[in-house]
Design a protein around this ligand. Structure first.
Ligand SMILES: Nc1nc2c(c(=O)[nH]1)N[C@H]1C(S)=C(S)[C@@H](COP(=O)(O)OP(=O)(O)OC[C@H]3O[C@@H](n4cnc5c(=O)[nH]c(N)nc54)[C@H](O)[C@@H]3O)O[C@H]1N2
Ligand SMILES: Nc1nc2c(c(=O)[nH]1)N[C@H]1C(S)=C(S)[C@@H](COP(=O)(O)OP(=O)(O)OC[C@H]3O[C@@H](n4cnc5c(=O)[nH]c(N)nc54)[C@H](O)[C@@H]3O)O[C@H]1N2
Ligand code: SF4
Ligand SMILES: [Mo]
Length: 711
């Protein structure tokens, strides 16, 4: 009998944005299990339910395993297997033709949120010479926060979960880190702190999440009015003299202008706008300002409405004026382990950059961004109309456009117009069904990569190792380099591992192979770095009054804007669509539109759920578990009712990312329960970032007659 060989590989789970160090057990070349790595600095051996379930991806019968080209009509589902060589020939021929006839800007590169290759996507676009790349989260997830903090503080601060001092107060705003653990700040950090019992939580959320349940103060805000709420909290802190006067005097710029700006924005002003009682706003502001150290955990809910930049600005001012910046247990800047992936930004001329779609209008998104990108509505409009110039090719690496961009019908219409649509994917999706060419992507078990966390405050770098090969799947970064070599591009041809070694050299001086041995490297927290080097802003201080925004032509002080579709701004629409809709609150089982095909996760969460309060539910004859229609001006979907008093009676919460991979017919249920059938890609947009409306819209809801499960 042959001896059984067992190997254990150190890696990092990427079933979400990631950060959990894992030990992958492999027996005779087959992955048997994923266990938490106790030595890993971020998760210390813990995993959520998605980590262990991820082994199902490797052996899944529906995995894409080889390149395919379309042989029938678009969307007909007829494919021919081809070799990588033929796939590269198709890509190179098509791109070279488009570059010759229209210029590289007619090629758009698409991607999704925070996966291993995300920083290589703008690099690949720059290597090709196109200023146009986009991501469904870029104007409406994380980058409004990243840009606001870079403009205001000169960098992104994160919660200090890592030092000797625990935060005494955490302000959780539009965020549910127990479910989402988004950017390398994992659910376990919040769980430990919350159940430790010493830390006071203040939660701003229209839903009573688990964190809200045990919070000292819960502010049940009307979706989309966080700007007004934050301004009123600033008003209280300044009016009551609760700000840190010494820190403010020494380290902030524009305090007097801010004080004057918020003087009339009292809790009584904010109460009718936000639906939060004035006394609760006061209590939250006082608690936050008087409990030290305090920190801020904010999420994407504040970035899904068209005042994302000023909302994030207003909220970020709270830890600043209370002196909680870069102190133990406060809101801290990281000590980077790695340098950024070289962006090859220099490969684009100023003239080419000026052609970036939407960049002259949305100047933070398209110009001053830490990663400038194209404006999504402008990209899809150019596909449909050819204006201001044609978009002929869209190459997508890790995104399901019909599920994650606003207004799926408009996205569908736009994709149909493309001359060349390419998708690199793990599985067929409703979007990949429309492609001309599909490439098979490697999962996180199949790549050599180097994720660093928390994003933009990277104290830790972890290794990801290629443990198995599935079919002919490739890693996206490898494909970028191979296309660059095939097209004989001047730049972007290096092997990704050479880039990792460059990134590791500057700060921690080890090679990628050494990182493989160690699994991870962690740099200890350092504090009050500003005392020696100031803040990386024009004034060297925290800019409460933003000189950088003023220079770009935007308001230097944060302000409130009523959401464009709301009971206040469109009362006529509210007559027919009386509920305020919010979408997308994360559930632990799935990541964005992923994982619906993994039995271990789907078995325990089969159907999409919409939350509704018992009062309207009983008025509308809706019982717990009933299928209901949710309808906006843009379209109609169905989900199952979760009747709960944890949501405001005037608000409806719809899950996002739902399609049904088990349905092999036509469109895989993309129109049935997909939240983005409801959302809005039309203006107005955030003036600086171009953010559109994924939340704070108007909807109506009614029971689906005579149906218990979708057809
Ligand atoms: N399990 C899992 N983890 C994930 C993801 C996933 O899909 N699944 N997605 C990843 C991604 S892309 C991201 S961006 C993060 C997102 O994770 P989070 O930033 O935590 O965002 P959400 O869970 O979408 O929403 C957070 C909370 O905001 C509340 N909310 C809704 N509307 C409003 C509003 O107008 N104002 C306020 N103040 N609150 C509101 C919701 O009720 C919800 O409880 O999670 C990442 N992690
Ligand atoms: N209504 C509404 N819409 C939203 C949100 C919301 O809350 N509400 N949230 C928004 C936010 S915050 C974000 S970040 C976006 C998320 O948007 P995305 O991150 O783009 O998520 P998906 O559209 O699910 O697309 C990801 C696809 O990538 C594939 N994939 C996974 N790993 C790899 C890989 O390594 N390589 C390749 N090539 N493919 C891979 C998956 O199979 C999946 O089909 O959605 C946004 N859309
Ligand atoms: S929190 Fe994210 S990285 Fe950690 S086990 Fe869960 S899915 Fe994996
Ligand atoms: Mo996101």
């Amino acid at each position: 009998m042959n001896a059984v060989t067992t190997q254990v590989f150190k890696s990092a789970c990427r079933m979400c944005h990631g950060g959990c160090g894992v030990l992958v057990h492999v027996v005779d070349g087959v992955i048997q299990k994923v266990a938490g790595n106790p030595e890993s600095p971020l998760n210390k051996g813990l995993l959520c339910l998605k980590g262990p379930a991820s082994t199902d991806i490797v052996s899944h019968p529906d995995r894409l395993t080889h390149p395919m080209k379309r042989i029938g009509a678009r969307g007909e589902g007829k494919w021919a297997r081809i070799s990588w060589e033929e796939a590269y020939d198709i890509i190179a021929d098509k791109l070279e033709l488009i570059i010759k006839e229209n210029g590289p800007e007619s090629i758009v590169i698409g991607t999704g949120t925070g996966r291993h290759h995300c920083n290589f996507v703008p690099r690949f676009a720059n290597a090709l010479g196109t200023p146009n790349w986009c991501e469904p989260g870029h104007a409406q997830c994380f980058f409004p926060r990243v840009n606001v903090t870079h403009l205001t503080f000169g960098g992104l601060p994160v919660c200090d979960y890592y030092g000797d001092v625990e935060p005494a107060c955490v302000l959780v705003w539009g965020h549910n880190p127990l479910n989402s653990g988004p950017d390398g700040e994992l659910p376990f950090h919040t769980r430990d702190l919350m159940y430790g019992g010493k830390t006071k939580y203040i939660v701003v959320d229209p839903r009573r999440t688990k964190i809200a349940e045990q919070a000292a103060v819960w502010l049940q805000v009307r979706p989309g009015t966080d700007d007004a709420l934050a301004l009123a909290m600033i008003n209280v802190i300044i009016a009551e003299g609760l700000h840190d006067k010494e820190f403010v005097a020494k380290w902030t710029y524009g305090f007097d202008q801010l004080a004057e700006h918020v003087r009339l924005l009292t809790p009584e002003w904010a109460e009718p706008i936000t639906w939060v009682p004035a006394d609760t706003i006061r209590a939250a502001a006082r608690l936050f300002a008087t409990t030290k150290p305090a920190t801020l955990e904010w999420g994407c809910a504040i970035e899904h409405t068209p005042n994302s930049i000023q909302t994030a600005r207003a909220i970020s001012i709270l830890p600043a004026i209370t002196g909680n910046i870069d102190i133990p247990g406060g809101w801290v800047f990281g000590t980077p382990t790695v340098t950024p992936v070289p962006s090859l930004d220099d490969n684009l001329s100023a003239e080419t950059k000026a052609k970036r779609l939407g960049s002259s209008e949305f100047r933070v998104l398209g110009q001053a961004n830490v990663q400038p990108s194209a404006h999504i509505p402008a990209v899809f409009k150019a596909m449909r109309t050819g204006k201001p110039y044609p978009v002929r090719a869209f190459m997508v690496f890790g995104n399901n456009p019909l599920l994650s961009y606003a207004n799926s019908k408009v996205i569908h219409e736009s994709l149909q117009k493309l001359e060349f649509f390419m998708v690199m994917e793990l599985f067929m999706t409703p979007s990949a069904d429309l492609a001309d060419l599909v490439l098979p992507a490697a999962s996180w078990f199949e790549v050599d990569a180097m994720p660093a966390f928390p994003y933009f405050a990277e104290n830790a770098v972890l290794v990801q190792q290629k443990i198995v090969q599935v079919g002919e799947c490739k890693q996206d970064e490898v494909v970028f380099a191979e296309i660059a070599r095939r097209m004989k591009l001047k730049v972007g041809t290096e092997d990704p591992k050479d880039i990792y070694t460059q990134q590791l050299a500057a700060n921690i001086g080890i090679t990628y192979d050494e990182l493989r041995e160690r699994g991870s490297v962690w740099r200890p927290m350092t504090y009050r770095k500003y005392e020696t080097r100031g803040f990386k802003t024009q004034s060297g201080k925290i800019e409460l009054y933003s000189l950088a925004l003023e220079k770009l032509g935007y308001a230097p002080l944060p302000y409130y804007v009523e959401p464009p579709e709301s009971p206040v701004s469109t009362p006529d629409v509210a007559k027919d669509f009386p509920f305020v809709l919010t979408t997308g609150a994360r559930i632990p089982n799935f990541f964005t539109s992923e994982h619906r095909q993994l039995p271990k996760l789907r078995r325990i969460y089969n159907d999409p759920m919409v939350e509704i309060h018992p009062e309207p539910a009983s008025r509308l004859g809706i019982g717990n578990g009933d299928w209901v229609w949710i309808e906006t001006k843009r379209g109609k979907i169905k989900q199952r009712a979760k009747v709960t008093d944890g949501i405001d009676p005037r608000v409806i919460n719809v899950e996002f990312g739902w399609w049904f991979p088990e349905r092999k017919d036509g469109e895989r249920g993309v129109w049935d329960s997909n939240a983005n059938v409801l959302t809005n890609i039309e203006p107005p947009y955030d003036p600086a970032m171009g953010t559109y409306q994924l939340r704070a819209l108007l909807c109506r809801i009614e029971k689906v007659a005579g149906e218990s499960t979708p057809a």
